[in-house]
Design a protein around this ligand. Structure first.
Ligand code: GDP
Ligand code: IMO
Ligand code: MG
Length: 427
């Protein structure tokens, strides 16, 4: 692990390369003992990052997945959208389990807040979309980012001025009530937020300055991406995306650090593909094989519990993420799940009629006509859970990894062979 991290330099970003749930939380937890600070830069409690240590499972939604390490500082940056009550709940749950975290969390004064009305609007808009719904997590993410870009958002700094907060809540509830024809109650929102205001205040921080100082002092910083590159607002399968910037640029804007402060980038990539929610998924398996992968991989959402759609590895998808995010190394996760499958397929190219496409088409028409080219790899039967070195992997598992590396143009330097913290191979 030490050599791997040394090669990536001081400040390392972790980016999901598919549609989220690749296993980002597990790697963050596994390596964060080597970092002083771990940051979330985008998204909110739509994320569900699972870590397992000695069989014990913890799911992080807003706090970085590093908080089990006793001295790590967790930063929630300006690019995130947060419900303060959810932050406090997550902190208190950890403290009840014996982890002292409240004095190690720094929440940006510029982060936008999610209120109950954002969740209500999220649910309402999804319902109105009918069969065209996005399949959001209904955590209020889209509506909160909409308020942010409309320049009516309410930031955590507004908690420091009660009268102003009241005014803004009244304005926003009236505005959304009028435009959607639903009833929203600003007073209830105010009372709800006031119930945690004294607990939130000590967490508030100019996180940009905090990080600039940390960079200057040569502290080691890990940036924990949420979601996955193909859920990116610009580069994902729009409109079936989330509302934030998932790509590497989002680390810079979501925390206020210079792009060149990021010294290394790890892409997290599942050994097959999954997606929750609606939208195109070219290599999806809507058959027995898809069901088998879902069962073996326990592919059910960490935030909503929804069954994840499953499919073969898609090299077009991952290669795009590698290129756009400048990924230096890949952590291939859940390789153990593929044990016992006799023939493993990988999508390599897309064609629309006779024209090759280099990214997932976003129109329904194009997706219906899309033709995929696949290559096949012979599988292996062995259980991988106890394997700790690349050389000890079955020959066919090695060939699968080496085959993927050629297709995605990035080296696989970490391999996940089980959910537990230690079930990793560094190469
Ligand atoms: P994240 O959102 O990217 O952090 O991923 P999730 O936590 O939503 O989903 C990944 C799931 O796979 C979690 O249940 C993890 O415990 C589990 N997981 C992560 N890596 C591995 C692995 O290498 N093998 C197995 N079997 N499970 C893994
Ligand atoms: P992590 O960090 C997987 C998906 C939702 C939906 C779309 C928009 O655990 O990988 P939103 O609530 O963000 O407006 O929903 O994005 N989505 C995720 N899918 N993992 C995630 O996070 C996700 N966060 C959002 O399912 O399709
Ligand atoms: Mg997840």
């Amino acid at each position: 692990m030490k050599q791997f991290l040394h090669d990536l330099g001081h400040n390392v970003a972790i980016i999901g390369t598919q549609w989220g749930d690749e296993g980002k939380g597990k790697l963050v937890d596994a390596i964060s003992g080597e970092f002083d600070i771990v940051c979330r830069n985008a998204g909110g409690a739509n994320a569900g990052h699972t870590i397992v240590t000695n069989g014990r499972k913890v799911i992080f939604h807003l706090l970085p997945s590093a908080m089990l390490h006793p001295s790590t500082i967790g930063v929630i940056g300006n690019g995130c959208v947060v419900d303060p009550l959810e932050v406090i709940e997550e902190i208190e749950n950890l403290e009840t389990s014996g982890f002292k975290v409240s004095d190690r969390v720094k929440l940006s004064l510029r982060a936008h807040m999610i209120f109950e009305f954002h969740k209500r609007i999220d649910t309402e808009l999804e319902q109105r979309k009918g069969d065209k719904k996005i399949g959001t997590t209904c955590r209020g993410i889209g509506p909160a980012y909409t308020d942010k870009v409309s320049r009516i958002g309410i930031r955590t700094e507004d908690l420091l001025d009660r009268e102003l907060l009241k005014d803004k809540l009244e304005h926003n509830c009236r505005f959304h009530s009028d435009s959607l024809g639903i009833t929203l109650d600003p007073h209830k929102e105010f009372e709800r937020i006031m119930s945690v205001v004294e607990k939130i205040k000590p967490l508030l921080c100019d996180t940009r300055k905090f990080l600039q100082d940390a960079i200057h002092e040569k502290k080691r910083i890990l940036f924990e991406g949420a979601q996955g590159f193909h859920l990116d607002l610009d580069h994902g399968t729009y409109p079936f995306v989330t509302s934030s910037s998932i790509c590497l640029g989002g680390v810079s804007t979501g925390l206020g650090i210079a792009p060149r402060a990021i010294t290394g980038v790890i892409g997290i990539t599942k050994a097959y593909t999954t997606r929750v929610g609606s939208g195109p998924f070219p290599s999806e398996l809507e058959d027995e094989m898809g069901n088998a992968i879902r069962e073996r991989g326990a592919e059910f959402g960490a935030t909503t519990g929804r069954p994840r759609r499953c499919g073969w590895f898609d090299a077009v998808v991952v290669k795009n993420a590698v290129e756009t995010n400048g990924i230096d190394a890949i952590n291939l996760t859940k390789l153990d799940v593929l044990s016992g499958i006799s023939e493993i397929k990988v999508a390599t190219r897309y064609f629309l009629d006779d024209t090759e496409l280099f990214s997932v088409p976003t129109t329904r028409k194009a997706n219906n006509k899309l033709r995929l080219e696949y290559v096949s790899f012979p599988g292996w039967k062995e259980d991988l859970g106890k394997v700790r070195s690349f050389n000890d992997l079955p020959e066919n598992a090695k060939k699968y990894i080496e085959g993927l590396e050629k297709l995605i143009h990035a080296p696989v330097r970490v391999i996940g062979v089980g959910a537990d913290r230690g079930e990793l191979i560094f190469r």
